[in-house]
Design a protein around this ligand. Structure first.
Ligand code: NAD
Length: 482
């Protein structure tokens, strides 16, 4: 094995728990590169004890003191960008450029955390004569973050800098499919000066997650992953009265109008459906072509044919994922859809798990591929005569992460932005991820809980408010209502 066993990190020390070991594969070539510790309740107990002890001191530091760690962390992310990107590429299968973009986004969210002293400080107002109201933010205590396989660095970094800078201590439970990057991030945070016990990493799967949901010493949990598990985790954590935010899966629609700029639309749509091998919760998955759009679809297919597995297209995460994705394509074909670009059977030197870019035309809303999350480089095209029919298809989705419109008409763009049922809207943008300080989060079954996971919205999630009302007016008959 190229890497030693990936162990838990508790109180700054790497520790192996009693649990079994699970093989970690590189999806690029299918080789076992490491094994990961599958922890259970005892390890979660130990991590909570440690995080709880560390909270005493960490929460007493000022916000300005705490963010100093993240200024240094940002610098270390920059200095180690190539090495971190190679590790992501190896364990996740995305291309080096995509892995690098993930570190760049990790840097951006860290920069936001560094600005917290300027934007998350308290407020004070004279609310009546001689009467002041003051609001202070207090950290919650021990919090947990549970993350998926598709962004081994970015998604952990959506939560680590903000939650910890705001004074909480954390337990991170990374995906067991990509555990290596999380430990490397913890090493960098240690080098940046984060005290032991403030961030603890518990590796594992369902058993570890259930122990986190049930533990009475954890105040809040964020989850990012599939909708099926998001529902389970949200309900289980809330049942033990925790503050919960659970982001789920997606089926993102791109509504393409005939006046869209053909080259720009085609290249954006191709990049959105195939980037990170379609394994992004913001990936274009369904395109709704309104009216005469053949000229755009032709260009889109030409773009897709230039996306080559093993060159500018990474692998999917596992053999099971490859089979699931190819199964969706075959089923759509059997049901009468037309495969314009076929990515089935992609082969890169006989190794790894690759699916080529796939464009499927004449999909109808009743087909499974029209409504379910495929999570691969596959675009299902549906055709409508009017924009309202297109919006009806988008609105009928159970999900609601992102929706985009491609047009040169501001009026039509506004109409789609207003009427799409999704939390993140793109106008002539295939992957409409909000940039800091704007927050990230979808609607409907793409997110459970209030607020978003990043940006200014996350400040409310990671803190509680203390409201103090003070009267300094010496006149005896003046009360706080005066
Ligand atoms: P997943 O739901 O299988 O796993 C996510 C986490 O949950 C992992 O840490 C895993 O160990 C744990 N887990 C898995 N099964 C569990 C169970 N039965 N009980 C408790 N915990 C369990 O998701 P994944 O396959 O790692 O990631 C892909 C999914 O994540 C896609 O659906 C994608 O859309 C979604 N995603 C969403 C966002 C978003 O912002 N909405 C971002 C990234 C990924």
């Amino acid at each position: 094995m190229k890497y030693p066993i990936v162990k838990n990190i508790i109180n700054g020390k790497t520790e192996q728990s009693q649990g079994e070991l699970l093989d970690v594969y590189s999806p690029i070539n299918g080789e076992i590169i490491s094994q990961v510790n599958m922890s259970g309740k005892d390890t979660v107990d130990e991590a909570v004890k440690t995080a709880s002890a560390a909270f005493e001191e960490w929460s007493q530091k000022t916000l300005k003191e705490r963010v100093q760690v993240f200024f240094k962390y940002k610098q270390l992310l920059e200095e180690n960008m190539d090495e971190l990107s190679e590790l992501i590429q190896e364990e996740n299968g995305k291309t080096f450029g995509e892995a690098k973009a993930e570190i760049e986004k990790s840097i951006e969210v860290t920069e936001f955390a560094c600005s917290l002293p300027q934007i998350a400080s308290g407020e004070i107002q004279e609310v009546s004569r001689g009467v002041e109201c003051r609001i202070n933010r207090a950290p919650l205590g021990v919090v947990a973050s549970i993350t998926p396989f598709n962004f081994p660095s970015m998604v952990p970094n959506w939560t680590i800098p903000n939650a910890i800078a705001l004074g909480n201590t954390m337990i991170l439970k990374p995906s067991e499919q990509v555990p290596l990057s999380a430990n490397r991030l913890a090493e960098l945070l240690h080098d940046a000066g984060l005290p032991d016990g403030v961030l603890n990493i518990v590796h594992g799967g369902q058993e570890a997650v259930e122990a986190i949901c049930d533990h009475p010493g954890i105040e809040a949990i964020t989850f990012v992953g599939s909708t099926k598990v998001a529902k389970i985790v949200y309900q289980r954590g809330a049942a033990s009265l925790k503050r919960m935010l659970a982001l789920g899966g997606a089926k993102n629609h791109l509504i393409v109008l005939p006046d869209a700029h053909p080259e720009m639309a085609a290249s954006n749509i191709a990049a959105s459906m195939s980037g990170c091998a379609g394994q992004r919760c913001m990936a274009a998955s369904a395109m709704v072509a309104v009216g005469e759009s053949d000229h755009i679809i032709e260009k889109l297919c030409a773009e897709a044919k230039n996306i080559i597995p093993g060159e500018n297209l990474g692998s999917v995460i596992s053999q099971a994922a490859k089979e699931r994705i190819e199964g969706y394509i075959s089923e759509a074909e059997e049901q009468g859809a037309e495969i314009l670009v076929d990515g089935r059977g992609a082969d890169v030197n006989g190794k790894g798990y690759y699916v080529g870019p796939t464009v499927i035309d004449h999909v109808t809303p009743d087909m499974k591929i029209a409504s379910e999350e495929v999570f691969g480089p596959v675009l299902a095209i549906m055709r409508t005569d009017t924009i309202d029919e297109a919006l009806a298809i988008e609105n009928s989705s159970a999900y609601g992460n992102a929706a985009s419109v491609f047009t040169q008409s501001g009026k039509m763009a506004d109409y789609v932005a207003e009427n799409a049922s999704a939390g993140m809207i793109g106008v002539n943008i295939g992957v409409p991820v909000p940039r800091e300080p704007f927050s990230f989060g979808g609607w409907n079954e793409s997110k459970f809980g209030s607020g978003d996971i990043t940006g200014t919205s996350s400040i409310d999630f990671w803190t509680k408010l203390k409201k103090t009302t003070t009267k300094w007016n010496p006149e005896s008959k003046v009360n706080w209502m005066s």
